[in-house]
Design a protein around this ligand. Structure first.
Ligand code: FE2
Ligand code: FE2
Length: 168
């Protein structure tokens, strides 16, 4: 079942799914299921979380929800280990936080057609770490949702563990 963090919905049964159905089962996204992200989740699940909540917020504010769903799903489409990269990074090589959005954009463009809006969303999702300012409202949405999901992904498993301990 395809789910987002803190949601009980089966995402494959709702309108959100129509926006990403052509890419969700791709080999590239499949690979992300094997990569740990934000300590307690996978990169795939993180991308689904950002995709779904960006879609919901953009739909609510009558922005481009389809592009939000697609850019959210592709915004962290890179395959290296963040810690390994940063520890072996040479002098003058950019920090992971600045570089991975460019790699994700390149990988996303090889997987599917990327609109100008989706390009801005993927490229600048780390703003303000990446200095170029977002050009669209949807890009501001993804920058906030990405950080919001990172916090949820870190906190929710810990809160669940404490709650479980208190029960016993
Ligand atoms: Fe990212
Ligand atoms: Fe992210």
């Amino acid at each position: 079942m395809l789910k987002a963090i803190c949601s009980k919905k089966d995402l494959s049964l709702c309108s959100y799914y129509n926006c990403i159905s052509d890419i969700i089962d791709s080999e590239e996204l499949e690979k992300l299921k094997q990569i740990r992200h934000h300590i307690s989740t996978t990169r795939f699940q993180h991308c689904v979380n950002v995709s779904y909540y960006s879609y919901i917020i953009c739909r609510k504010f009558r922005l481009n929800a389809r592009s939000a769903a697609r850019a959210g799903l592709l915004h962290d489409l890179f395959f290296y280990d963040r810690k390994e990269y940063n520890s072996s990074r040479g002098k003058g090589q950019p920090h992971h936080s600045r570089m991975h959005s460019q790699i994700a954009l390149k990988n996303a463009g090889e997987l599917t057609d990327i609109s100008v809006l989706e390009r801005d969303m993927i490229e600048k999702h780390m703003w303000p770490v990446t200095l170029a300012k977002p050009r669209y409202k949807e890009t501001y949405v993804i920058t906030v949702i990405d950080k919001y999901c990172a916090v949820l992904e870190f906190c929710v498993p810990r809160v669940a563990k404490v709650a479980e301990k208190l029960k016993n």
